[in-house]
Write a protein that binds this ligand. Structure first.
Ligand code: TXA
Ligand code: MG
Length: 334
C-alpha cells in the first residue's frame, strides 16, 4: 500500500473521513503528537491500529471527539468537577478517563469499563474528526516503543506501506502527549503527565493531587508499564541536579563512544561547554524543548552512538518531559 502525506485541506479531510467511515486507518496531526485513527465504534477497524503499531492489546486507546458536546455520547458519567476541567482545558491536551457507554467496544478500552476522551485543540484535527462523523480512537502514530511522531516524516518512517494517508504537514505544536486524568475517582488521579500540567489542574479545582502513579507497582494507565519513547541507541538519563553523574558516564563512554549530551534549556548547555562532546540544545526553554524532544531523539539516533540527557526541573511541563525521558532510557538512570 502506498502511504501518502497530505496537508490538511477540504479535499484531504474529506478523503481521510471517507477512509475512516469505510473501516480504514488514517494518521492525523493533533497539537500534541500525530495520532493513528480509526472508527471507535468499529472493533475490526480498531484492531488494525494495534497491528500497524505492534501494540499490546491490553493497552487501551484514547477516543477523540470534534467537540466537548460529544463526551456524553461515549461516557455515561461525567462528575461535576470533570465539567470544570472540560470548560477550562478542552479542547486541549487533556484526556479524561470516564465510565464508558457500552457502544464503545472492548477493542478500544482493552476490556476496561472506562474510556479516555479527548478533544484536540488542533482545529484541523477537529474538522477531520467531525467529517468522519464518528468518534476516532487513536494512539500516537509511532511503532510501539518508539518516540511519538511530531512530524509527518516521523509517521512515514514508522508506518510507510501500512496505512494509506497521513494528514497534516506542519509540526505538532505541543510535542508531548496529552495529560491522562482518571476522573472515575475523587480526587482525580494523573495517570500520565502531559500537555496540561498538574499545577493547572490543581489551580482549576482548588485541590492538591497526589503523585500516586510513580509509587505504584501497577500503573493504572496500562500503557505506562511498557518501554516507551525510546531511540534505537542507548539513552542515559540524569535527573536535574545530577550533572556530575552524567559527566562521569561521559568519561566512561570515552571519546570514541560517539556520545552526545542533550539539554533542555540553553542555560543548561553551559554546564557542558568545556567538555569534548556534542551538546544538543532541545530548545531555548522547556516549552520549546517539549515540542522538539521526540524529534531530537529521532535525529540524534541517526548520527550518534550514545545519548546522555540532563532532566528538567521537576515542575510544570518539566515533569512531563522527565517522565518521558525516564521511560525512554529503559532503566539507564544516572
Ligand atoms: O496526546 C495524546 O494523548 C495522543 C494524541 C494522538 O491524542 N495520543 C496518545 O495515545 O498519546 P497513546 O495510546 O499513545 O497513549 C494513551 C495512554 C496510554 O498510556 C493508555 O494506557 C492510557 O492513555 N489510557 C487510554 N485509555 C485508558 C483508560 N480507559 N484507562 C486508563 N488509561 C487509559
Ligand atoms: Mg503512545
Amino acid at each position: 500500500m502506498e502511504t501518502r502525506v497530505k496537508p490538511y485541506n477540504k479535499e484531504s479531510i474529506a478523503e481521510g473521513a471517507e477512509i475512516i467511515r469505510r473501516g480504514g486507518v488514517v494518521a492525523f496531526r493533533t497539537e500534541t503528537v500525530y495520532g493513528l485513527g480509526a472508527n471507535a465504534y468499529d472493533a475490526a477497524a480498531v484492531r488494525q491500529i494495534f497491528r500497524a503499531k505492534g501494540r499490546p492489546s491490553d493497552n487501551p486507546l484514547i477516543v477523540h471527539l470534534p467537540s466537548v458536546g460529544g463526551i456524553e455520547t461515549v461516557a455515561r458519567e461525567v462528575p461535576d468537577y470533570a465539567g470544570i476541567l472540560i470548560d477550562r482545558f478542552m479542547p486541549g491536551p487533556l484526556s479524561l478517563v470516564l465510565k464508558k457507554r457500552p457502544l464503545i467496544p472492548d477493542a478500544v478500552t482493552a476490556g476496561l469499563d472506562t474510556v479516555a476522551v479527548r478533544v484536540p485543540a488542533d482545529a484541523a484535527a477537529r474538522e477531520f474528526i467531525a467529517a468522519a462523523g464518528v468518534p476516532v480512537a487513536a494512539p500516537s502514530a509511532n511503532l510501539s516503543g518508539r518516540p511519538s511522531p511530531t512530524a509527518a516524516a516521523h509517521v512515514l518512517a514508522d508506518m510507510n506501506g501500512k496505512i494509506p494517508l497521513i494528514l497534516g504537514e506542519e509540526l505538532a505544536v505541543v510535542g508531548l502527549e496529552s495529560t491522562v486524568l482518571d476522573c472515575t475517582v475523587y480526587p482525580p488521579q494523573i495517570l500520565r503527565e502531559g500537555g496540561i500540567t498538574r499545577e493547572q489542574i490543581e489551580a482549576a479545582l482548588g485541590i492538591t493531587l497526589s503523585g500516586a502513579e510513580k509509587n505504584s507497582d501497577k500503573p493504572r494507565a496500562p500503557g505506562m508499564k511498557y518501554k516507551h519513547y525510546a531511540p534505537n541507541i542507548p539513552l542515559y538519563y540524569a535527573a536535574n541536579g545530577r550533572e556530575t553523574a552524567l559527566i562521569d558516564k561521559l568519561e566512561e563512554i570515552g571519546a570514541d563512544g560517539g556520545a552526545a549530551v542533550i539539554v533542555l534549556t540553553r542555560a543548561a548547555a553551559e554546564l557542558f561547554c568545556e567538555l569534548d562532546c556534542d551538546v544538543l540544545i532541545a530548545g531555548e526553554g522547556l516549552k520549546e524543548s517539549a515540542r522538539n524532544l521526540y524529534s531530537v531523539l529521532r535525529s540524534a539516533e541517526k548520527i550518534f552512538e550514545n545519548l546522555l540527557v540532563l532532566g528538567a526541573p521537576d515542575d510544570g511541563i518539566g515533569r512531563a518531559i522527565n517522565n518521558r525521558l525516564e521511560k525512554a532510557c529503559g532503566g539507564n538512570l544516572l
